[in-house]
Design a protein around this ligand. Structure first.
Ligand code: FE2
Ligand code: FE2
Length: 302
């Protein structure tokens, strides 16, 4: 039995299409998306339609939750308020009501029946939460959540890097990202699980895709304006396969955080200049940088 598992498409249509083509050539018995199908990149709606048209099961990722926060204010009020989450607001505005309703119904986990009861539990970051990976450490809460899962293999995404380990009697495995990979390559990544000799084996696969088409979709949309300066960091992650958001927020951006969009813009610009990425991004963001106004952010979507 073979299961194709992919995750973290993040609204990158060209990357998803390349991965699905590669998956189809492998003729798996099951295909599943382990969350973060949408947000932040601007083709989230069409990505969702592709997944629905193919009846591919999807589990809920933290980026689905970020997007839903704009429709359900009680869910996480900070996400609607914080400038860091402006790209999620951009995504929320791109999606149809039907898509939002379908995403709201996504489960946190999905179990795929394996041979002789050797099932695979699929989650986004962990069976505990959509935004907390077991790859980041297994504390008491995570131990309880993992131990509670009957399946011996637990698979997901979220970290955007290929990862696997044995923990007690479990096989924990995470796929790289389809639409926003980190590591040695900007190519899309997914995971093929194969059951043989009585257990599951993981093969991480890498698929080239038309990155230029995705960059074009970004520049032809309002993502780099409505998404704010965080969108510039996300674009650079796409172009380089290097982390930008996390190091910026953890090591560069002051705490307490800046209060205005202008300040955020300046801090992001300083960061990109410090790592030598401001000039390479100018063909994409110069116009957005100069036409963007704080007033654009203040408009209420309440
Ligand atoms: Fe992700
Ligand atoms: Fe995630």
């Amino acid at each position: 039995m073979k299961i194709a598992l992919f995750a973290d498409v993040h609204g990158n249509k060209a990357a998803l299409e390349a991965v699905l083509d590669d998956i189809d050539r492998q003729h798996p018995d099951a295909i599943i998306c382990a969350g973060d199908a949408v947000n932040p990149f601007p083709e989230s709606e069409v990505v969702w339609k592709i997944l629905r048209a193919r009846n591919i099961p999807v589990v809920r990722g933290n980026h689905e939750e970020y997007m839903l926060a704009y429709y359900q204010p009680d869910r996480n009020p900070d996400i609607r308020r914080l400038i860091q989450f402006m790209p999620a607001r951009f995504t929320a505005r791109q999606l149809s009501t039907q898509t939002v309703t379908e995403i709201d119904a996504l489960p946190l986990t999905h179990t795929i029946a394996g041979p002789d009861g050797d099932d695979v539990l699929v989650c986004h970051a962990s069976p505990l939460r959509a935004d907390r990976s077991f790859a980041a450490g297994i504390d008491a809460d995570m131990t309880a959540a993992l131990a509670h899962v009957p399946a011996k293999t637990i698979a997901g995404g979220h970290v955007h890097m290929q990862w696997q380990m044995r923990w007690r009697d479990k096989f924990l495995v995470l796929t790289g990202s389809v639409g926003q990979p980190f590591g040695d390559t900007t190519d899309a990544q997914y995971l093929m699980l194969t059951h043989r000799n009585g257990k599951w084996h993981a093969a991480h696969r890498t698929v080239p895709y038309n990155l230029s088409a995705t960059v074009r979709a970004i520049t032809e949309s309002d993502f780099l304006k409505e998404g704010g300066p965080m969108a510039w960091l996300m674009l650079d992650e796409l172009l380089t396969a290097e982390l930008r958001m996390v190091p910026f927020l953890r090591k560069f951006c002051p705490t307490p955080r800046p209060e205005t969009l202008s300040e955020w813009r300046d801090w992001v610009r300083r960061y990109l200049e410090a790592i030598g990425r401001w000039e390479p991004l100018q063909p994409y963001i110069r116009e957005a940088y100069f036409v963007f106004r704080d007033a654009c952010f203040v408009t209420s979507d309440a």
